[in-house]
Design a protein around this ligand. Structure first.
Ligand SMILES: Nc1ncnc2c1ncn2[C@@H]1O[C@H](COP(=O)(O)OP(=O)(O)O)[C@@H](O)[C@H]1O
Ligand SMILES: [Mg+2]
Length: 371
């Protein structure tokens, strides 16, 4: 068995970082942090757009212990581009190599119920919810808070998948069947003023860098647009940052963490105004603007944290608007590329499919002119 290799101090340039997952987030991690002199080894159960950027890759199932062990032995640290890594996979890797963020962060973020209970324990508000293990629990929940509500599977949901809306008078059994009759939470559907996210980088010694807060709009459960800065007063910004810091610290988190928030607006007292929707233990789509608007983007800071380097400044030099290119949107690549004010990012995915994230486009504005 290979020896565990905890990094002693910062990993030197030329070290190899292992990334689980081969999608666009892994691709952007490689693009940003390659300039620090790191090499990257992808481990994924299927090839994806990150594989174009490195010769080092292992395509094997996430429960292939031999492949995981060989991968762990060939890299100097391991991180992830997605949160649904099986717990056993992270544990196997952690026997051989430093793995960041830690297994607890994943265990909590993988399970919506555990996530909500964890956040509440920190004294931070979440939307009214009940635990659902059978159809009758949905009716019980609707007796405590009225429909409309959203039924969400505890595990494996993303981009609005694994969710069913429950309108007043709807058949609760149909909603239960729609999500596959698996453990879930029923959440009150909120009439929020806006959606926000706090993207925070935390180093192993506890130092943090917090990016400015974008306002995020979703369509069909998928992020459509992020605008930074979100229109917020200083007290609310500081409350949002405190929430993210408290979560990162309680998890002893190392890396980049995104906290999605619902903002109920100024008519609500500050300590109840911001509700945590979910935690993503990874770089986040609502932070893609950092590539073009910050000296050190979320991807570079993730790798800096993983490699025990000092974090880069999260300071923003411009206001920004990021639009996701989803499915057919990507056909406009020629026009976007011809627009001198548009910074185009394409993920190298050949097949356009409905709901598939194909790329994004960022526009910058002089700082202080938006939001
Ligand atoms: N309780 C809620 N009230 C109103 N809108 C919600 C609620 N929960 C989720 N949504 C909307 O659906 C989007 C996706 O839901 P989310 O829980 O973040 O799941 P995921 O991002 O994992 O698909 C949210 O960003 C928000 O726009
Ligand atoms: Mg979400």
């Amino acid at each position: 068995m290979a020896a565990t290799k905890p990094p002693r101090g910062p990993l030197p340039p030329g070290s190899t970082i292992g990334i689980l997952g081969s999608g666009q987030l892994a691709r952007m991690l490689i693009m940003s942090a390659a300039r620090l002199g790191f090499k990257f080894h992808i481990y994924a159960d299927a090839p994806g757009p990150a594989c174009d950027l490195t010769p080092l890759k292992t395509i094997a199932p996430y429960d292939d212990t031999a492949a995981l062990t060989a991968f762990a032995a060939s890299v100097d640290a391991v991180t992830f581009e997605f949160e649904n890594v099986p717990e056993a996979t992270a544990k196997t890797l952690a026997q051989h190599v430093v793995v960041r963020p830690n297994a607890r962060a994943f265990a909590i973020a993988q399970d919506r119920l555990a996530e909500k209970l964890f956040v509440q324990k920190l004294g931070i508000a979440v939307a009214p919810f009940v635990k659902v293990v059978k159809a009758a629990d949905i009716a019980k929940g609707l007796a405590t808070f009225k429909a409309p509500a959203i039924l969400k599977t505890c595990r494996l949901g993303y981009d609005g998948k694994g969710q069913a809306r429950v309108a007043p008078g709807d058949d609760v059994a149909a909603a239960w069947r729609a999500i596959g009759a698996v453990p879930a939470v029923l959440e009150k559907k909120l009439a929020f003023r806006q959606e926000l996210s706090v993207i925070i980088a935390r180093a192993s010694g506890g130092a943090v860098q917090v990016y400015d807060i974008p306002q995020n709009s979703h369509a069909g459960g998928i992020l459509r647009r992020s605008i930074v800065p979100a229109p917020l007063d200083a007290a609310t910004i500081s409350r949002a940052q405190d929430i993210a810091e408290a979560i990162a610290e309680a998890l002893d988190y190392v890396g980049v963490l995104a906290v999605e928030l619902f903002d109920l607006g100024t008519s609500v007292p500050l300590n109840e105004r911001l509700l945590v929707n979910e935690i993503a233990p990874r770089v986040h789509n609502s932070g893609h603007w950092t590539i073009d608007a910050c000296g050190c983007d979320q991807f570079e800071n993730q790798i800096r944290a993983v490699a025990d380097w000092p974090l880069g400044s999260a300071e923003r030099h411009s206001d920004a608007e990021m639009i996701n290119l989803i499915g057919e949107d990507a056909r406009a690549w020629r026009d976007l590329a011809a627009d001198p004010d548009c910074i185009v990012h394409l993920y190298g995915k050949r097949d356009i499919r409905e709901g598939r994230k194909m790329g994004h486009a960022t526009r910058l504005f002089p700082k202080g002119t938006r939001g």
